[in-house]
Design a protein. Sequence first.
Length: 493
Amino acid sequence: MSKHGRIVRRAALGTALAAAAALTIGGIAYADNINDTIEGLGAVTLVAGDSTSTGSAQVKVVPNNGDSDSGCNIDTNEHFVITFVTPAGVTASPASMSFSDCNVFQTVSFSAAAGAVDGTVTATITTNTTGAGSYNNNVQIPIDVTAPVVVVVDADGDGVPDASDNCPATANADQANADGDALGNACDTNSYAPKAGASPADGNGDEGSTLSTSGAFTDADGNDSLTITKVSGAGTVTDNGNGTWSWSHSTTDDATGTVVVQAADGEHLAASETFNWTASNVAPTVGPVTATHTSACAVSLNAPFTDPGTADTHTATISWGDSGTTNVAPATSAITGSHAYTANGTYTIGVSVTDDDGANGTGDASFATQNTPSALQQPINATGTRSSFKIGSTIPVKITVTGCDGGAVSTLTPTVTLTKLDPTPDNPLNEASLDTVATNGLQMRWSDTQYIYNLSTKLSQQTGAALTGGTYKVTVSDSSFFAPVSAQLDLRK
């Protein structure tokens, strides 16, 4: 055991002793000649920053006259307090201790934080006694701080200790780390963020069509590591699984929009690509336009139309060619209408279909009016009892013809034909025998207010011979007629 310090409190003898005997502080009497010392044992060795490394020393109070307790002047209720002053980084536990008797060891433990250095712990003494004398506080405990033993492990042999190696199992002396995370490029399967490729082309086309475009992203970790999705906009984006994508959008109307596509790798900031699309309006297509006679001067019109913009709405106008028009709203898949003309002629009927965007398609048809022949007139009964003529008679065949304005048409050359229906006449004679000049040929002639044809039964213009008994059909036709007219008659001997 070595003594690192001794503190002696000395007091004058004589009158001071008598005075001390009579001194009372706080109700406790203290003797003079208090000669006590502090003794610390041994030096302490610590390892800096190692919590498992601790050192300890033993400290006691001893009388000034040696280890004999006869010189111990610690009276009842009297005690010494020793406080330890440690160098930087060193901690004493406890930081202070109290002694109420001499020659009793107490243990103080020490530890050193990282960065602690060698030094000396100084023990200072205080007491609750008062009176003459002083304390010699020179007990010192040497502290020897050693550096911790560092074992450097470099499993991959790249010169970078495992403790600071971002790929301890894979040699990467450059410690490259593209994304700055805990793993270096050499052992990180997701080191790089995705990047956008060239700007995708805009997806343009006509309404009613399927628009399309495509694009690509890249990733240094491999393009197949990307997940590509649509962020916003119309249409469908397909991830092709290799960093490329395809977009399609089926349109029903003219419109525009913007689409944002992104690629993500599950770790880094996603990359995005943007493109615009336009579906242009297309005018409706009209046709074929069909104009059908419903009478000599009336027409029925049918004009189908198509529009690839199936969401469009339409209106239509029919121009009949005679300054008359018909508006159709809304117009559906076919435009229909009818019209009557009040003057003969050939008319161009125009149809215009306009969509809700103002684009229009047109179609037309030509329509020629026809003439209206009357029924066969007397002496042939067009209705009622069938006329019956005697063979040898000349039978006048008469009609009138009117145009769309109601006036007589006199410039035609209608044709008469005769068809035998039955060799046996049904009716007895009921018409007078006529003997007039037969018409030359088969065509009627205009006579004052009507067309006339004298049909001979003796030497018929129709057969070149005399007619025989039976039932006949007389027909008058012309290319300008809406329909031919006819009547039946009987011939008898």
